[in-house]
Design a protein around this ligand. Sequence first.
Ligand SMILES: C[S@@+](CC[C@H](N)C(=O)[O-])C[C@H]1O[C@@H](n2cnc3c(N)ncnc32)[C@H](O)[C@@H]1O
Length: 314
Amino acid sequence: MSKDVDQSDITTAEPVATPKVDSPPQSTGEIHQPVVVAKKSDADGMPEQQHRAFEQRYGNSDLDDWAWYEDPDPATRLQTDRLIDRGIDRLLELTKSEAKDWKVLITCGGVGGEATYLRNKGFTNITNSDFSSEAIEIAKRREPTIKSIVINAEAIDAEDGEYDLVIVRAGLHHLPRPVLGMNEMLRVASKAVVALEPNEGVIAKVLGQEFEVEEGEINYVFRWTEELLEQVVKSQLLEDPVHIENVRSVHHHKVWVLAEKICKGDKAKMHKLIKSVYKVGAPLLDRVGNAFIGIVVKDPDIPHTARDEAPAAP
Ligand SMILES: C[S@@+](CC[C@H](N)C(=O)[O-])C[C@H]1O[C@@H](n2cnc3c(N)ncnc32)[C@H](O)[C@@H]1O
């Protein structure tokens, strides 16, 4: 298995062919009961099809398959960590805090890629979680000093406000109910939430997928916007003081694929090329970017939304 963490356009993944979805049966004029296929839960209350797919995927992998999460190669680190780095740097800047100040829960964290990133960034109190017990076993072997536990992101087994910060990367769009996943993050985070997910918009329309397939199971690529995040947050937190922001960016695994081709796999050259592509492209394209870096801070001293800080239009 290579670095195909995800098939959505915000990660380093190889794209897969759009799955064939059978066309709906022609109407006969009769009223049919809706058939719910994607939202069935298994005996543990996990979304059945996605759970089976990820258990299979992680179960078929070896520790070595995940070595790139700690690969110090700058090109790999840049392509893998660029978005989470932007989110975390902005969070620390907004809250005038340090990494060591935060008790963190990662949901949909798989074998612990974000956990490794956070540990290397200076975070000391980290819990990685995923609904796949196979992933959690690998995470424990990869990072024995980091706590890893099985959690369903739609029903987090934690008290309200038990963690300071809850983070997700490329996970919510695998849930049958992505907004519920965000609601759960908001519930168990006492101070902040960071979500790295696909963003709606022009680039997503051109380069993104609508559906993706994991071990034969399909999921919808749910895309966020700052306005949607604001509505979800306000519905839950009501008039509590809160800062909501999307450090929107542009990011695509095809940049990696292209760089690999052009540089014939020479990692030093790839690093330079990838860096230049994002340096030139990002400032131009971030505003219409396909990567959502949603940040919610429960803090009365920070202005309410990013838009409140922006100068009024002339
Ligand atoms: C695309 S992978 C991303 C893994 C990791 N966050 C990363 O970026 O490397 C999606 C992850 O979400 C997990 N997942 C999917 N549905 C979940 C659920 N309901 N609860 C918890 N984890 C879930 C999968 O097992 C998988 O590890």
